[in-house]
Design a binder for this molecule. Sequence first.
Ligand code: PEP
Length: 243
Amino acid sequence: DFIRKRLVIGNWKMHGTSVQNAALLSSLGDYAGSAELAVCVPFPYLAQASQSLEGSAISWGAQDVSAHAQGAYTGEVSAAMLADFACRWVLVGHSERRAYHGETDALVADKTQAAIGAGLTPVVCIGETLAEREAGRLQEVMLRQLDQVLALGGDALSRIVLAYEPVWAIGTGQSATPELAQEAHAFIRAQLERAGQPQVRVLYGGSVNAANAASLFEMPDIDGALVGGASLQAQEFLRIAAS
Ligand code: PEP
């Protein structure tokens, strides 16, 4: 039997300064809870995160990665570079990357592969827009977003984490209800089972906070959370982890 260990990952997005980060990281540094806890910081602050969190129970990662190994790709950051800063995690295909940077399902799969190749754990983000949900296309959209990632095969899949993040719930203060989230997670779990990988963890993301985390985490197919806004406040983030 396998255990899907609880996992809470903060996504700082494009927030923070060295001074603010120092305070936040030092408040997190003595975390000793039972859930796995991590932060995904902007690229320029990876060195700061690694120096501050080294030896702590908190791991760190980045918010994006290049699909290419190296070369003439100005502005991109490779998976090997992230590994060089001892990243454990990297977000891949966050809805903001898909929406503002045109990331396709094929590119998301390539980035996932690149991350795995460097020994990172990609946190592959999927989720529908409000229009897609209202049009009854939730499952179709999730299948399309999962297809090329699942096609990477068992070896790769055993090393990923998925995050279900309905776009309408991200940064809106309007979290999915535990029941709606569970419905989507159960569907994702069924696809993972079909791919022979039922042990892959599936996080929920979208306006998670200290007040709603516990009821989401009670759901059988929700293994933790990807947390944006609430990960910028140490006490709020630690309360989510304690849930
Ligand atoms: C996110 O950025 O992945 C996210 C879920 O943001 P928020 O928690 O702010 O909705």
